[in-house]
Design a protein around this ligand. Structure first.
Ligand SMILES: NC(=O)c1ccc[n+]([C@@H]2O[C@H](COP(=O)([O-])OP(=O)(O)OC[C@H]3O[C@@H](n4cnc5c(N)ncnc54)[C@H](OP(=O)(O)O)[C@@H]3O)[C@@H](O)[C@H]2O)c1
Length: 256
């Protein structure tokens, strides 16, 4: 049993709080929107400072690097010596390095962005890309999914999101080609499910994931300026009318 503070109870943070509480950990949740923290059923802290005061492990699950820096360094929170900070938000390599630079030397840092959505958190099947002081966080992280150790987890996350999102972009274009060729859409989907875009199709037709287009674009912008395929996928994401819809909207004709 570990005292855990989760900072940020949006989609992913709430699911993390519930999963870790169910595993028997003592979890304190903080959100700038207290109702969202209370909805998790965990103990709610009024401030980040209160949340981290008694924590062995602090998990940040916030929107972006600016939010993580603000909550960790601009809120009056002080991580006590020996705290393990697990940074789970997708913030890219530069913001990650900037946070590490500002941490006290007696705090252990785990760079731990994740692959998988709220459904994977609930099922304990996330893929947690992890670098840094991974051993210290392992007893907590193993309740959330599989740990994939790597040298620089935030860089690997950008690589994996580039793979995932450009594949869904390729699926979008393939379905346009299928339509131009007069292939029935349902038949095309069935045939593609046994082809090279099977993984993208599975994700793009999920009914249980909840990863907004806006957050996907935020992730892919970390790879912006590298290749035409990345830029084309960013344009596809920008064209989705409801930026809060799950990325299924990229291939969902009803939503366009
Ligand atoms: N959703 C997914 O499937 C998924 C999968 C893998 C990785 N991720 C990554 O995980 C992170 C969280 O994603 P999410 O889907 O949980 O997003 P979300 O639902 O939008 O939650 C983000 C949380 O951050 C809080 N926040 C944002 N800016 C803040 C600030 N300046 N100060 C304090 N709190 C702030 C939000 O508070 P409010 O509620 O008050 O706005 C919210 O609680 C993101 O980096 C995302 O890219 C998401």
């Amino acid at each position: 049993m570990t005292n855990i503070a989760v900072l940020g109870t949006g989609r992913m943070g709430s699911a993390v709080v519930r999963r870790l509480s169910a595993a028997g950990h003592v979890v304190t949740a903080w959100s700038r929107n207290p109702a969202r923290a209370a909805a998790t059923g965990a103990k709610v802290a009024e401030s980040p400072a209160e949340a981290v005061a008694g924590a062995d492990v602090v998990i940040t699950v916030l929107t972006d690097g600016a939010a993580v820096a603000e909550v960790l360094f601009g809120s009056g929170a002080t991580l006590r010596p020996g705290t393990v900070l697990v940074q789970m938000s997708t913030i890219g390599p530069e913001a990650t390095a900037a946070i590490v630079e500002r941490l006290p030397g007696d705090v252990s840092f785990v760079d731990a962005p994740v692959m998988g959505s709220v459904d994977a958190v609930a099922a304990g099947t996330l893929v947690i890309l992890a670098s840094g002081a991974v051993e210290a966080a392992e007893p907590v992280l193993r309740h959330l999914g599989t740990i994939q150790r790597c040298d620089a987890a935030s860089a690997v996350k950008v690589m994996q999101m580039t793979a995932a999102l450009t594949a869904i972009g390729a699926l979008h274009d393939t379905l346009e080609v299928a339509a131009a060729l007069g292939i029935d859409r349902a038949a095309a989907m069935e045939l593609l499910a046994a082809g090279p875009l099977a993984g993208a199709l599975r994700r793009a037709t999920s009914t249980t994931a909840d990863f907004p287009v806006a957050l996907a674009a935020k992730d892919l912008r970390f790879a912006s300026g590298t290749t035409p395929v990345v830029e084309a996928t960013l344009s596809l994401l920008a064209a989705v009318p409801d930026q809060q819809a799950d990325i299924c909207a990229l291939i969902d004709r009803e939503s366009r």
